[in-house]
Design a protein around this ligand. Structure first.
Ligand code: HAM
Length: 560
């Protein structure tokens, strides 16, 4: 027996009724984003690996340990080889290939069949006498490697040419030629037989590319901003996204290898006001609103400033010096980070290192006047809007692109993975990936964690949604009439579950009670009289309802 296949570790299926909760969260988020005038952006789930290496930072855990990266193999550029081959073989010498007289025009079906076999060219050498051909024809196939498949495709193509009624090649000899790049590996077991193999010199492989499943979406959004010249309008770009991200982390509750983020980014040229502390405060105020509307209570907003790039560089030096005397007592990762990127020492989760980290200088002391003033304006606006926050000097976040404001919203109901969302400003990210100056700020919320928080708050599983009514046809002959009735009610906006006439009445009742608030019985009598029997489960009351009034009756809540 073959082994049962399961969802890969760290991934999971989301099933109803929980998916209804996901949809509600997404609908609420879309609604809030619309009110704050954000538009949706959808970027690919995989990108060039260099985007994350340069954007998120080589030394971060995400890039150094957690990415799903693969090399997208060399691609054979068939079009390029055909074009060069034709150019190099072009000649007026009738003994040579004359692609201009390739005898394929006028017979597209035959050509399509050849193409399906991987035979791209039908070359004719000889003379055309009226509609007839005389001479020799050649079928040519271009392949990245010499393989048995390529050879047999050519042989089949010749059989086709000989037997196809539409082909003009039936009467003349057909040679077979297989063109492969000189660099292509030749499979030694291939015996070409009467196939003429030609090794053709040239570079016909596009080099391989390293690709990565996106571990986060800010780098992708900024890449798209640059690629589409979104900054050229001079306007602030306000973009949101909802979608899967991938990180090879150790799976546990609230931490998955495929997880979904709801995020938003605000960025633009400095002239658009993208650097303003008001943008930071507005994002944070929007998040407070979003969490409130989602019904998440008891969140904590932790806030910090990691300063400008220059402040960060200065702080890194201060940290490096401070670490000199203590780092040998710390974990291996910290010893490496102390040299490569001292700021990342603050991400360390090793318990034994924590007392040492507590003694390290804080970044607030390395901020210059402008960064301090920026942060003060963010907090002043939050105070005015009455958004509560706590300052956390150690909040440097696990991604290298952050500058100035950084933040996290945590929630007690989540256990160890208590970060509901995180974000911050990234004033140098666009330049780091080759774009124009485009300061920005954004956040991403872990949707999986949001669902967990809501379920924890309700202390229950998501309640299954029930249909308005279950239609029970009495006997299979009434199935078509039941479908018509269901269609009628569904068109009026009701949620209908359609039963099955072969069920005994008891079975219909059992199925109905699990899936709907009411059962509508459709027997021969009901069909003839147009008066239907409806039972409301919550009250146990059975009612006779005329068909014309049925939709209105079913739309009433089935209360107990
Ligand atoms: P992040 O802090 O790496 O930031 O992730 C944001 C949120 O995604 C976390 O707070 C958490 O809720 C959720 N999350 C992260 N990893 C997992 C996981 N393995 N399983 C479940 N949920 C997870 C970013 O991704 C930045 N791009 C945020 C941002 C946007 N900064 C500026 N703009």
């Amino acid at each position: 027996m073959s082994q049962t296949l399961k969802a890969v570790r760290g991934t999971r299926d989301l099933l109803p009724p929980e998916t209804a909760l996901w949809n509600r969260i997404e609908a609420t988020a879309r609604d809030v984003f619309a009110r704050y005038n954000f538009g949706e952006i959808r970027t690919p789930v995989f990108e060039d690996t260099a985007l994350f290496a340069r954007g998120v930072g080589e030394e971060t855990d995400i890039v150094s340990k957690e990415m799903y990266t693969w090399s997208d193999g060399e691609r054979f550029d068939e079009k390029k080889m055909i074009a060069e081959w034709i150019a190099r073989n072009k000649s007026n010498d009738p003994g040579r290939v004359q692609p201009d007289r390739i005898n394929v025009q006028g017979n597209p079906p035959f050509l399509a069949k050849l193409n399906a076999l991987g035979v791209q060219l039908q070359v004719y050498r000889g003379i055309q006498q009226g509609p007839h051909l005389a001479g020799v024809a050649e079928l040519v196939s271009f392949r990245p490697v010499l393989s048995t498949d390529a050879v047999s495709a050519l042989v089949k193509a010749r059989e086709l040419a000989k037997s196809d009624q539409l082909s003009q090649l039936q009467q003349i000899p057909i040679k077979l030629r297989l063109v492969v790049p000189t660099s292509a590996p030749l499979n030694p077991w291939v015996v070409p037989g009467d196939v003429n193999v030609e090794q053709f010199e040239g570079q016909f492989f596009a080099s391989s590319q390293s690709l990565t499943l996106r571990p986060e979406n800010t780098a992708g959004v900024v890449r798209a901003y640059i690629e589409h010249g979104l900054g050229e309008s001079g306007q602030l770009q306000k973009l949101f996204y909802i979608g899967p991200q991938f990180r090879r982390e150790r799976p546990q509750k609230g931490r998955y290898r495929q997880f979904s983020q709801i995020g938003a980014e605000v960025l633009g040229p400095p002239s658009s006001g993208s650097e303003s502390p008001l943008r930071d405060a507005e994002i944070l105020e929007m998040l407070a609103t979003l969490l409130d509307e989602l019904g998440i209570t008891g969140w904590t907003l932790e806030l910090n400033s990691v300063g400008s790039l220059a402040d960060r560089a200065r702080y890194n030096e201060v940290l490096r010096t401070a670490l000199d005397s203590v780092v040998l007592g710390m974990c291996q990762d910290c010893q490496r980070r102390a040299v490569t990127n001292p700021l990342r020492v603050l991400d360390c989760k090793v318990p034994a290192d924590q007392p040492i980290i507590e003694t390290l200088p804080v970044i607030a002391d390395s901020l210059d006047e402008a960064s301090r003033a920026h942060f003060a304006q963010v907090t002043a606006a939050l105070d005015a809007a009455q958004v509560p926050y706590t300052l956390n000097h150690r909040l440097v976040r696990g991604l290298d692109y952050y500058t100035r404001t950084t933040f996290e919203f945590t929630h007690g109901g989540l256990g160890a993975q208590n970060a509901l969302l995180g974000g911050g400003r990234y004033d140098g990210l666009s330049e780091a990936i080759g774009g124009p100056k485009a300061p920005g700020i954004g956040f991403a919320m872990g949707e999986d964690r949001l669902v967990l928080s809501l379920l924890a708050a309700q202390d229950q599983k998501a309640a299954p949604l029930k249909a308005d009514a279950f239609i029970a046809p009495l006997g299979e002959t009434l199935n078509p009439a039941a479908l018509v009735l269901a269609r009628e009610l569904r068109h009026k906006g009701l949620w209908i579950e359609l039963g099955e006439g072969s069920f005994r009445l008891k079975k219909s009742f059992e199925a109905a009670e699990k899936t709907a608030g009411r059962i509508v019985i459709l027997g021969e009598d009901e069909l003839q009289s147009g008066i239907l029997t409806v039972k409301t489960f919550a009250t146990g009351i059975q009612t006779k309802v005329p068909r014309a009034e049925l939709a209105a009756f079913l739309a009433e809540p089935a209360k107990g």
